[in-house]
Design a protein around this ligand. Structure first.
Ligand SMILES: Nc1ncnc2c1ncn2[C@@H]1O[C@H](COP(=O)(O)OP(=O)(O)OP(=O)(O)O)[C@@H](O)[C@H]1O
Length: 513
């Protein structure tokens, strides 16, 4: 639906350098009214940086931007918001211990003051409630603390916030930048989001970044492809296919053997590495299963079905449910100090929320990669050896092609997908016997996903057992030896998934709803 009308936003020959290192260069980009534009590219290609240039968070080092026909040089995010541009961030920007309505109008409270500067909270609450309802989020009480809501609800709150701000500043045609909005939400929430975007495009334009190629082809009118910080292609209409996008991004056609199914092992009666028995609690009921050596067990279900809680209970990330036991290699995992014991018994965990739970952002890549392997990088006197640390980190940075200026770079400055690779590397560096993965390829580009799938097959060959939780059904089906489907906190369905007899998506979805 590309319009012949004038673009409402243009970026011409823009570049951005951090500390003298150019990360994007020569970017030309246009946004037309009512348009949904995609920006695709590998991890670190410069997609988020470009959105941040538009949003005034990282003003361009050179180049020009024009908004509604006028030169546009936001020096802060609030300038962009006041001009009609808001961004839904890849990693959530909401403050967890504040009420939802406070988050929605953070730093704009003075606009809701009645007299003598007293803030009219009731007005803010009602305004928030109305905007949440517009997105079908009636179940979210804006007076509640933001941290009371699960990740996918918080994501939707950010989107509602973007719409609310546009109306608040009386912007006739806002531009809403969506940086991987679907990375951590399930299929049902993605549907709600996409329906909202389609509905709201009458009043707004959108820019979308996602690592699910099908979402570009489903939602976008036009897609830019970035590679190594440059804009290398543009796809419209017919040319806008997953194959074309994959080829432009990765430089080759997508492998038929994307999930490396030919490498899937037959585990037969191999020894049981992880045994979960009768796990029960607030959100899970009598969940029992076993994972054998070298097996990849997939755990699927809609958001809220309890699959994440199972993973978190196994590794002790959340208070343990009231009942049930977990054994690793035949040894019971105690409830007290479970996180420590899980590590001790060789269990690794890649959580969904990498920024808060997976990495230490203010530490370097090498420190993060080796964080769980301190004995291996310590010298005989027990001090950390920089040389050993560097050597171990280098190996894993190469193994997963983590894109960083050097292993000494702080993790917070890595692109989202590369941070995710660091989380996985942390456990590969330590060496584990059981790996619990909650959406391990969230935010990871299609080429790097393929590398991670290869690594998982290598680990299975070495006898590592994997419990894989994924909202990406094709990934779940392609990788797993066996699949369990959860609904309402309990296991509803079990299906072996040998390489030559994989279940269909429909077969699994039937048991999810
Ligand atoms: N504040 C910063 N300081 C230094 N380098 C940065 C900063 N922000 C981004 N970079 C670098 O810029 C490059 C592009 O990062 P960007 O986040 O734009 O990539 P991306 O295409 O969005 O990747 P992903 O798909 O993984 O999110 C990366 O190499 C990253 O390390």
């Amino acid at each position: 639906m590309t319009s012949l009308r004038e673009p409402i936003f243009t970026m011409t020959n823009a570049s951005k350098a951090f500390n003298g290192i150019t990360v994007v260069e020569g970017i030309d980009l246009q946004i037309f009214p009512n348009e949904i534009v995609g920006i695709a590219g590998e991890n670190g290609a410069g997609k988020s940086t470009t959105l941040k240039m538009i949003a005034g968070i990282h003003p361009p080092s050179s180049g020009e931007m024009r908004l509604f026909g006028k030169e546009f040089r936001p020096s802060r995010y609030t300038h962009a918001v006041e001009s009609g541009i808001s961004m839904v961030f890849q990693e959530q920007a909401l403050i967890p211990n504040m009420a939802v309505y406070e988050n929605m109008f953070l730093s704009l409270e003075r606009n809701f003051s009645r007299f003598a500067g007293i803030i009219n909270r009731q007005q803010m609450i009602e305004y928030s409630r109305r905007h949440l309802a517009k997105l079908g989020l009636d179940h979210i009480d804006p007076r509640k603390r933001t941290s009371d809501f699960p990740f996918h609800d918080r994501q939707m709150i950010e989107i509602a916030k973007a719409f609310a701000l546009a109306e608040f500043f009386d912007i006739k045609h806002p531009i809403i930048l969506l940086d991987e909005p679907t990375a951590a939400i399930g299929e049902r929430e993605v549907k709600v989001l996409f329906e909202s975007v389609r509905r709201f495009r009458k009043h707004a334009s959108f820019v979308l970044i996602t690592h699910r190629l099908a979402e570009y082809t489903e939602l976008c009118d036009r897609i830019y492809v970035f590679k190594d910080g440059r804009n290398v292609g543009e796809f419209i209409g017919e040319s806008n296919s997953e194959q074309n996008l994959h080829k432009a991004m990765v430089g080759r056609i997508r492998d038929d053997e994307y999930f490396k199914e030919h490498r899937q092992l037959e585990v037969g009666n191999a020894e049981v590495a992880l045994s979960v028995n009768g796990l029960s609690g607030a959100t899970v009921r009598e969940v029992s299963f076993q994972v054998r050596r070298g097996e990849i067990l997939g755990l699927g279900g809609l958001v809220g079905c309890g699959k994440e809680e199972v993973a978190r209970a196994i590794v002790g990330y959340d208070p343990f449910p009231v009942g049930g036991t977990v054994e690793v290699g035949g040894k019971p995992l105690p409830v007290r100090n479970r996180v420590k014991w899980a590590m001790e018994l060789g269990v690794g965990f890649v959580p969904k929320e990498r920024k808060t739970e997976g990495i230490v952002p203010y530490m370097s890549v090498e420190a993060n990669v080796t964080l769980a392997s301190l004995p291996a990088v310590s010298n005989v006197r027990g001090f950390i050896s920089r040389r050993l640390e560097r050597r171990l980190a280098k190996k894993h940075v190469e193994l997963l092609s983590i894109r960083c200026s050097s292993a000494a770079q702080l993790c917070q400055f890595l692109s989202g997908g590369n941070q995710q690779k660091v989380v996985l590397s942390k456990w590969l560096a330590r060496g584990v016997s059981v790996l619990v993965l909650d959406n391990p390829t969230r935010g990871v580009d299609v080429g790097a996903k393929e590398e991670i799938y290869g690594v998982l097959r290598d680990l299975a060959d070495q006898g590592v057992s994997v419990l894989l939780i994924s909202d990406d059904l094709l990934e779940l089906i392609g990788l797993s030896n066996r699949i369990l489907v959860m609904r309402d906190g309990s296991i509803q369905f079990e299906r072996p998934a040998p390489a030559k007899d994989k279940p269909t998506e429909q077969e699994l979805v039937k048991h999810m709803v």
